[in-house]
Design a protein around this ligand. Structure first.
Ligand code: A3P
Length: 287
């Protein structure tokens, strides 16, 4: 645990500490932030497609057709852990797109003072628990660890013990910051993105200072981006069916079901009531 949040000692914490000491944010950087399993992959794809749309007009050559979104938008803390930082982020063209699961209070100071844009996505904790449980089962199998039962996963998650958890504190940190700095921090939920994808994509482009022109809207550029980044669109690409990300994590693990409310198929009444109680106490009105 570091500054009130749980980390994987190597893949999370070492990179976070290194980034705190060495990362220099630029005012033009865009940070995609989230707790794990909240739609990071989707957000990465959408923001990459929105921001780079002028360089990648020819859709048959679009990088997202050949690269997993996590290879298009690197995670700050993982890349600082595995490679010298200058190689990974310093050479990227502006605006640099970066992602992180680091909680707001532990972000490198240069991110906070640089005025760079931050987009935060979170999700109903009941779906986060289910999504995490499936994802962790794959990771645990890679490390030859037995799967956790859903009951065990629920107990840990409820106590705040999850990657970059407590989940609720993670959300609250970014929520409060977004209320104080609405021009710098865009707060979004997976549910809102699912319900109003077109509206959200347009408002994200505006927030980033790259609104769609009337001409682009007329040509259907917004819909093209949404289709390209859709769950089925990405999941069915060869790179995401058979490619690997890092440490044996297969790209297909990032695309499970892509629905709101799958918790209804998994959680008991007692689990639902218990999670709702914590959410109502800590995050009333956000979900
Ligand atoms: P489920 O496990 O509920 O299906 P993250 O990207 O933060 O790891 O979050 C993973 C969740 O986002 C998974 O949820 C995954 O299926 C879903 N997801 C991935 N790509 C998506 C997309 N393009 N559209 C909608 N949901 C997506």
């Amino acid at each position: 645990m570091y500054e009130g949040f749980w980390y994987h000692p190597m893949y999370g914490l070492e990179g976070t500490l290194f980034a705190k000491d060495h990362f220099q944010a630029h005012p033009t950087d865009v940070f995609l932030t989230s707790p794990p399993k909240c739609g990071t992959t989707w957000l990465k794809a959408l923001i990459f497609a929105i921001v780079k749309r002028t360089c990648h007009t020819n859709c048959t050559n679009h990088p997202l057709l050949a690269m997993n979104p996590h290879d298009c938008v690197p995670f700050l803390e993982f890349n600082f852990f595995v490679a010298p930082p200058s190689r990974v982020v310093d050479n990227s063209p502006s605006p640099r797109l970066l992602a992180t699961h680091i909680p707001y209070t532990s972000l490198p100071e240069s991110v906070l003072i640089s005025n760079c844009k931050i987009i935060y996505i979170c999700r109903n904790p009941k779906d986060v628990l289910v999504s995490t449980w499936y994802f962790m089962a794959k990771l645990r199998a890679n490390h030859e660890l037995p799967p956790l039962s859903l009951e065990e996963a629920f107990e840990l998650f409820s106590k705040g013990i999850s990657g970059y958890g407590p989940f609720w504190d993670h959300v609250l940190g970014y929520w409060k910051a977004s209320q104080e700095l609405p021009h710098q921090i865009y707060f979004l939920t997976y549910e809102e993105m699912t319900r109003d994808t077109l509206v959200r994509v347009k408002s994200l482009a505006e927030f980033l200072g790259q609104p769609f022109t009337l001409e682009e809207e007329r040509k259907g550029v917004v819909e093209e981006i949404i289709d390209l980044c859709s769950f089925d669109g990405l999941r069915n690409l060869e790179v995401n069916k058979s490619g690997s990300y890092w440490k044996g994590v297969k790209n297909d693990g990032f695309f499970r079901k892509g629905k709101v409310g799958d918790w209804k198929n998994h959680l008991t009444t007692q689990m639902i009531e218990s999670l709702d109680k914590i959410t109502n106490e800590k995050l009333q009105g956000i979900f």
